[in-house]
Ligand binder design. Structure first.
Ligand SMILES: [Zn+2]
Length: 416
C-alpha cells in the first residue's frame, strides 16, 4: 500500500519500512529535495552513497565514515556472500553488526558484480551461472538466492536481481529479452523477499539506450509498486548525451513520491546534471578508487597530489572544505594536514589513501548537501551555473552534453 498524504508544503508517502517526504521542487528544472526515512534513520536527498565493498570503505573506519556525514552506504552482496558468507552473516545478525555501522546500508543484487567481474558468467531464465572464483565449481545466482543473501545481510535497501547488459550492446533483441526478464525477475524477487517490513526492495529499470523500451520498462516496474526505483545499466561506456536522454525519459514517467536512484555514477558533473534531470540517489566506486591513486576531488577539478607542485604546499587539500583532513585544527599553533604531507605519501603510503578517501567522500556528500540547500531555496539553476563556471573557467570548454541536457530542463549554461 502506498498512502499519499498532503501536508502544508510537503508531500509524503510511506510503505512499511520507508517514508518519503518531498520537501521542495525546483521551479525551473526537475530537481527535488526530500527526506527518505529508513529503518536506520532519515537521509536527505539528493544523496551520494559511497561504496564499501568488503563491508568497509577501503582505508577508513566506520567512525570516520560517519564523520563525513554519511548515513547510507553501499555494500556488495557478491563480496559479502563469498566472505564471510551467509552462515556467518546469519550468526552475527547481518552486515550492520558485522561492520559496526549503525546507519543505513544499501546492497546491490550481486548480478552486476558477477557479470562484470567474472568473464564466464552466463545468464539464463533461471539466473546467472558462473564459476566460483575460489575453486572453479559451477554456481548459480537466482533472484531467490540474491534476495535470501540480502535478507541475511539485513540491508535497509535491497536491489532486485536484474539482467544487465552494457547499454552499448547493438543487439536490440537481446536488450529486449534482458528488459523483459528483469521484470519477470522482479516478480520472483518480490515473492522471495522475507522481510518487506524491515527491508525495502527497489526495482531496476532496464532497456539500454532505447527510450521506448525504457518507458515500457518504467510502466511495468512502477505497476509493481516497490518502495523505490532505480535506473540501471548506465555508466557502461555510453555517450553522455545518451545517458542524459535515458535518465530524463525515465524520471519523466516516475511517480513523484518515490526515491529515484541512478546506479553507478559518481563524477561531480554527472551528479549535478542528473539532479537537474530529477534523480535523487547515486553511487560509484570512483571517488574512493581515485583517492587510492593519489587524486583529490575539488571544486576546481581533480588534483593529482603526486605532482611535484605540492611538495612545499602547506595549505589544506582544499581550502574551505569541512572534512576531517582539511578543516583547521583549533588548538593554537597547530597545523592541519598539509598538501605537502599528502604529496609526500601519495600512492606510496596508505595514510595518503585514507586521507584522500575521507576528503573525496566528504566532497561528494557535501556537493549533494549544497545542491539540496539550493533546491530548497529555489536557486538550483544558479547553483548549477556556478558549479560549472568554477570547474571550467573557460566557458568554451563546458562539456556539450551537459549544456544540451541542462538546456532541456531550462538552464542555459552559456547565457551570460
Ligand atoms: Zn577536505
Amino acid at each position: 500500500m502506498w498512502p499519499v498524504r498532503r501536508m502544508a508544503s510537503t508531500m509524503s508517502a510511506s510503505s512499511a519500512a520507508l517514508r518519503f517526504d518531498l520537501i521542495a521542487k525546483c521551479s525551473t528544472t526537475r530537481a527535488r529535495a526530500s527526506v527518505m526515512t529508513l529503518p536506520h534513520g532519515p537521509v536527505n536527498l539528493p544523496l551520494f552513497m559511497p561504496v564499501a565493498t568488503q563491508a568497509s570503505l577501503k582505508g577508513i573506519t566506520p567512525e570516520q565514515l560517519e564523520d563525513t556525514g554519511c548515513r547510507l552506504c553501499l555494500n556488495n552482496t557478491y563480496h559479502l556472500g563469498l566472505k564471510p558468507g551467509q552462515e556467518v552473516l546469519d550468526a552475527v545478525g547481518g552486515a550492520h553488526k558485522l561492520q559496526g555501522w549503525k546507519h543505513n546500508i544499501l546492497t546491490d543484487s550481486g548480478g552486476f558484480q558477477m557479470v562484470s567481474l567474472l568473464k564466464l558468467a552466463t545468464v539464463t531464465e533461471e539466473g546467472v551461472r558462473f564459476l566460483s572464483p575460489h575453486d572453479g565449481t559451477p554456481m548459480l545466482l537466482t533472484p531467490e538466492h540474491s534476495i535470501s543473501l540480502q535478507n541475511s545481510i539485513g540491508s535497509d535497501i535491497i536491489m532486485q536481481l536484474d539482467d544487465v547488459l552494457v547499454t552499448t550492446s547493438p543487439d536490440l533483441a537481446r536488450m529486449r529479452e534482458a528488459m523483459e526478464r528483469s521484470v519477470r525477475w522482479l516478480d520472483r524477487c518480490i515473492a522471495a523477499h522475507k522481510n518487506p517490513h524491515s527491508q525495502n526492495m527497489f526495482c531496476i529499470i532496464q532497456g539500454g539506450l532505447d527510450l521506448d523500451m525504457r518507458r515500457e520498462c518504467c510502466r511495468e516496474m512502477v505497476a509493481r509498486d516497490t518502495p523505490g526505483i532505480a535506473i540501471g545499466g548506465l555508466s557502461g561506456g555510453e555517450a553522455k548525451d545518451d545517458f542524459c536522454r535515458v535518465v530524463a525519459a525515465c524520471t519523466e514517467q516516475l511517480p513523484d513520491l518515490k526515491p529515484r536512484y541512478v546506479m553507478g555514477i559518481g563524477y561531480p558533473e554527472d551528479l549535478v546534471v542528473s539532479v537537474a534531470l530529477g534523480a535523487d540517489m547515486f553511487d560509484c566506486v570512483w571517488p574512493t578508487r581515485t583517492a587510492r591513486f593519489g587524486n583529490a576531488i575539488t571544486k576546481h577539478g581533480m588534483l593529482n597530489m603526486k605532482r611535484e607542485m605540492f611538495a612545499a604546499d602547506f595549505g589544506p587539500i582544499e581550502e574551505g572544505c569541512g572534512c576531517a583532513c582539511c578543516r583547521p585544527i583549533e588548538e593554537e599553533g597547530a597545523m592541519g594536514i598539509t598538501r605537502a604531507f599528502v604529496h609526500h605519501n601519495a600512492a606510496k603510503e596508505t595514510v595518503a589513501a585514507h586521507l584522500l578517501t575521507i576528503h573525496n567522500v566528504y566532497y561528494q556528500l557535501n556537493l549533494m548537501r549544497e545542491a539540496r540547500e539550493a533546491i530548497i531555496e529555489d536557486k538550483y539553476p544558479a547553483f548549477v551555473k556556478e558549479f560549472f563556471a568554477r570547474l571550467y573557467p573557460d566557458r568554451q570548454s563546458f562539456p556539450s552534453w551537459a549544456v544540451s541536457a541542462l538546456r532541456g530542463v531550462g538552464i542555459d549554461l552559456l547565457e551570460t
